[in-house]
Design a protein around this ligand. Structure first.
Ligand SMILES: [Zn+2]
Length: 328
């Protein structure tokens, strides 16, 4: 397979680079004690990976293990991480991916524990370099069942929050996979700090579309472009909400304005009942418009329905914003 190198000299350099990435995730506080694991595909059936129960901040090249694509250990004195199955599952479903970094960066992991979707349309760099981020349903770490939680999402993103656990980022090489971890944690940190100062402000779908259109020239894939900027709903609902799994995290801490019923959104009630907004609306970003869905009776929301609680929370948030003079 093209792009792989088998020479022992090159493999030693890659081992040193993996130890360096380990030091970075440890020194950044992304992996306490022995947490975290890193992988790099050496060829079609050999993957270099970090050992279990060793601090990623103090690894030496000889500490690393080599496993096959099913997780069977081929070499190394130390035992491979049990979470390597997560990495291998991603590599099996994404042949373009050669490296994965899994750790527990505190700011991104806070979103994963809160089941808070990562908002878009707040910072151009994040939009360009990461884009849509998925949150998987929770599963006990370690086994294949846990690894399989990423399967519905990984074809469409390189950055996944593992609910109540941490992050896994995928890349074409070690540094690419690691940088995505740095970016998602830096972004989540900025969001948490911004929320403490006041409200998080969003730019429009049209401005988001301008950023997305830059990505092909930078060689960065974005599945929303492949879908034709479907419905222009770039800043509101995540594409990972609909049709992926039954697990649909809702915005509670940072709510995109269009879900609050502001003028630039589809409206409070319609955003809840019709997540894609008005299909007849004209779109500033020039994207495709989905054919109108057949008319359906709006589902009634009872006081016992979790959707009712969400509705009340959003109305409360909007009233609070209006009282503070922040409503548009
Ligand atoms: Zn973990």
């Amino acid at each position: 397979m093209a792009g792989y190198t088998n020479s022992s000299m090159n493999e030693w350099k890659l081992r040193e680079e993996m130890c360096e990435i380990g030091r970075r995730i440890y020194n950044k506080g992304f992996a306490a004690a022995n947490d975290g694991n890193i992988s790099l595909r050496l060829d079609e059936n050999r993957v270099l990976c970090t050992p279990t129960r060793v601090s990623k901040g103090y690894m030496k090249p000889d500490d690393l293990c080599v496993v096959d694509m099913d997780g069977k250990q081929l070499s190394g004195q130390r035992k491979r991480s049990s979470e390597i199955l997560l990495h291998l599952t991603i590599m099996k479903h994404r042949p373009d991916i050669r490296s994965c970094v899994h750790c527990h960066p505190p700011h991104a992991t806070a979103f994963a524990v809160a089941h808070e979707p990562i908002p878009k349309c707040t910072m151009p760099e994040f939009e360009v370099f990461l884009g849509e981020v998925a949150i998987t349903p929770y599963e006990t770490p370690g086994g294949q069942k846990f690894a399989d939680t990423v399967i519905p999402y990984i074809k469409d993103t390189d950055v996944v929050l593992l609910a109540n656990h941490g992050t896994i980022t995928a890349g074409t090489d070690l540094m690419d996979a690691y940088f995505k971890t740095e970016i998602i944690d830096a972004y989540c940190r900025i969001l948490i700090l911004t929320k403490q100062l006041g409200s998080v402000n969003f730019y429009s779908d049209a401005k988001a579309a301008e950023l997305l259109k830059l990505k092909p020239s930078l060689g960065i894939r974005d599945v929303r472009l492949e879908k034709g900027l479907e419905n222009c709903d770039l800043c509101g609902n995540s594409m990972f909400r609909e049709g992926y799994t039954q697990f649909k995290p809702e915005h509670h801490a940072i709510i995109p304005p269009k879900l609050l019923g502001r003028p630039d959104g589809p409206g409070l009630v319609s955003s809840l009942l019709e997540p894609h907004g008005d299909p007849n609306a004209s779109h500033a970003c020039g994207c495709k418009t989905e054919a109108p869905a057949p008319a359906q009776a709006a589902p009634a929301i009872s006081a016992n329905d979790p959707a009712f609680e969400t509705l009340v929370q959003r109305i409360t948030n909007q009233v609070m914003l209006a009282m503070n003079g922040q409503a548009r």
